[in-house]
Design a protein around this ligand. Sequence first.
Ligand code: GLN
Ligand code: ZN
Length: 751
Amino acid sequence: MKTSVAGFPRIGRNRELKFASEKYFRGEITEKELQETAKAQREFGFKAQKDAGISLIPVNDFSFYDNVLDTAFLFNVVPARYKELGLSPLDTYFAAARGYQGEKGNVKALAMKKWFNTNYHYIVPEFEDETVISLSGTKPVDELSEAKALGIDAKVQITGPFTFLKLLRFTGSKRAADIREALSNEYIKLISEISAAGGTFLQLDEPWLVKDLSNEDIELFKSIYHKILSDKKGLKILLQTYFGDIRDAFNTVTSLNLDAIGLDFVEGRKTLELIKTNGFPEDKILVAGIVNGKNIWKNDYSKSKAVLDELKTIVPEENLYIGTSCSLLHVPYTLKSETKLKEEYKAHFAFAEEKLKELKDLSSLSDEIVSANKELFAGRPDVFDAEVQGRVSSIKEEDYTRLPVFEERMAIQNDILKLPPFPTTTIGSFPQTDDVRKNRRAFKNGEISEAQYVEFNKGKIKECIELQEKLGLDVLVHGEYERNDMVEYFGEHLSGYLFTEKAWVLSYGTRCVKPPIIWGDVSRKTPITVEWSKYAQSLTDKPVKGMLTGPVTILNWSFPREDISIKESILQIALAIRDEVLDLEANGIGIIQIDEAALREKLPLRKSDWYSEYLDFAIPAFRLVHSGVKPRTQIHTHMCYSEFTDIIPAIDSMDADVITFEASRSDLTILDSLKENNFKTQVGPGVYDIHSPRVPSTEELVGQLTKIRTKTEDKKLWVNPDCGLKTRGTEETVKSLANLVEAAKIIRQQG
Ligand code: GLN
Ligand code: ZN
């Protein structure tokens, strides 16, 4: 059988592309040097796939920042404000991705959103009424030529037109229906160009098809594809779906003039059933996505074999290709970089490069291969902890409720905390400067003693507290210098977790995260953050927030187990973090923030599954974490994106006292929705974007706050940035925060 990879990681085994891009942003290397690094990363991926014997190797899955943004630029869907800067094409692209502040002007970045149910984030392209869609780039064909030069007859991959339209943000009066014709025409041109460049396969990614689709959606999809597929110029077209099954569009898709259809058998609960019930067209290739592109556990060959055996009774073997369930972008490069993981653990994992081997294995399964693989699934060492399981099973209904109710607590907390109106705060981390990382690394590598490590961090905490006092912030933080990452840090301090050295996964742009792996039952053996928070609080009379990551985010940003349910894992983690909350409180910390940055991440893509499959346990698990605190203790939570208009009651029933969230890159409609839903929790809508180095002026912040005030109750409004400041430089941070405090003062004076 043949094999197909939907997409391959691009950032580099050792994050070469990340470092080169960031050097380029700082003006330390030229565009040419950056392009060379990029090329080397692409070649690495091509070769790895070629050596593994993959039949359909993708090109154009590479990106300097994001593939959706690439597609927008390819079709000239670029807001005028970026073009007007008069920068080079690459810099115009980066301006749209990251914002620009310099000699040529001052513009914010485009909005960024979660990519379906992953921790990858795409840039939301904007369509203005004046936008003229036109194929105006050569990236796909250039990358095709590059692969060809290496002897690879690659498959060009690109965001499909339907998903692209669904992801667009229309800023004027035009809508998808107004531009579908023009967009289809440009995809047709693209097909011609790929064909002219000697391409044979085009993969159009249409993950939107796994969502709940309306009739209108289906009509839109159909009309675009009828048009595009009417003249394929000899190119074979693969429609690639992922992150679920396409139950609403299955028959539509199979009846199209496509050559191949890629379906997800991992997250697509109904994929097999759909094929069994409806059949599959004889003349089309089925790319069966059975190698999980999102998790790092080895494929269970016996299970996969059972699926393949069923498929073989429906699809002729020459038309059955083994594929990845989605792009391998969501898993790290290779286990080869992991030198510290025990072999007996490592035997259970497959990262991107190892998954290539799995594709190959599955394409010609022998009994030996299957039985060797079976042994792995007989059991893993060090997984079960009876005490943890006992605690989970004895959770009582009342453990999920905090008393007294919100209003009563708010009055008590106001009396004790005596904060000014519009209290100012930050989300937790302060810039992770080189010295901070160096200190952590030196400690990890055993080059300095624990005492030296702690001493250094205490120095940083002291500086951080002094800085915040000087700036005049009201609720302070310790700066999170001990944390490499808000989830990995907790993973490292909880039992049941494994962590890696180089298992980086792209989160957005050039930012990578290193999700820890949940190996077994999770528990907290000793306090994790208490000493740092206590120390920070000892330095000031102002309240210092204790900083924790919530159970849902810890799970969502880890590689989860596949042998127990997500609910079970979340409850285990919730109990561990609950212990930490109570210890912080017992040690004099009066405000505790429990970040749920990734709450939405595993929200099912189909609305009908939202509550029953997720929120009904995720939200109570959050309450379990804080339900044991005293009324006087103020619980904050933070979410990275303001995309919760549709789950406001669920967010409110997390029953936190204050929630801060991202709001500066999006319009403020979220606040209208909060009002409509009588949202009770106090709110801190982020007033400036921390994903961009630009410094917001005081006037801009006052303007933002004035707008916000028309939509929220003054007594419930906090003033803070969008998110943590760890990725920012010190200088821009100090300036931005000074302006933020100044803006809050102006607003207070206005009364
Ligand atoms: N407290 C964390 C920080 O400030 C929150 C980060 C996040 O939401 N992603 O870094
Ligand atoms: Zn955040």
